[in-house]
Design a protein around this ligand. Structure first.
Ligand code: FES
Length: 114
């Protein structure tokens, strides 16, 4: 049973409370994904998403600094698309629109320079 958790976005240092049972929160990215979660505070969290959240651009590249173990594994499509991003850190880089936390941990998400 998913529970409420916190997601903190850096460098803006904005934390949102996430109730996974309320997903989707916006209209872009997989429901409950990090991109979807960012839409809980659209004026404070700027996270690029040129393709609209369909795993076709890599502009939603983020580094999950905490809580990555609670997220779904990467698909082949995500791995392929992530090769287009700059400054990838293998163990923490993900595409925000494809990365769905299960709610078992709080997240710290760094948005690289865009
Ligand atoms: S928004 Fe384009 S790949 Fe995530």
């Amino acid at each position: 049973m998913p529970r409420t958790f916190k997601a903190t976005f850096l460098p803006m240092n904005v934390t949102v409370e996430v109730d996974p049972s309320q997903a989707p929160f916006g209209r872009m990215g997989e429901p409950g994904s990090i991109l979807d979660i960012a839409q809980l505070a659209p004026r404070e969290i700027y996270l690029d998403h040129v393709c609209g959240g369909v795993c076709a651009c890599a502009t939603c590249h983020v580094k999950v600094r905490q809580g990555l173990e609670s997220c779904n594994p990467q698909s082949e499509d995500e791995i392929d698309m992530l090769t287009m991003a700059d400054d990838v850190e293998e163990s923490v880089s993900r595409l925000a629109c494809q990365t769905i936390p299960d709610g078992s941990q709080n997240l710290i998400i760094e948005i690289p320079d865009q």
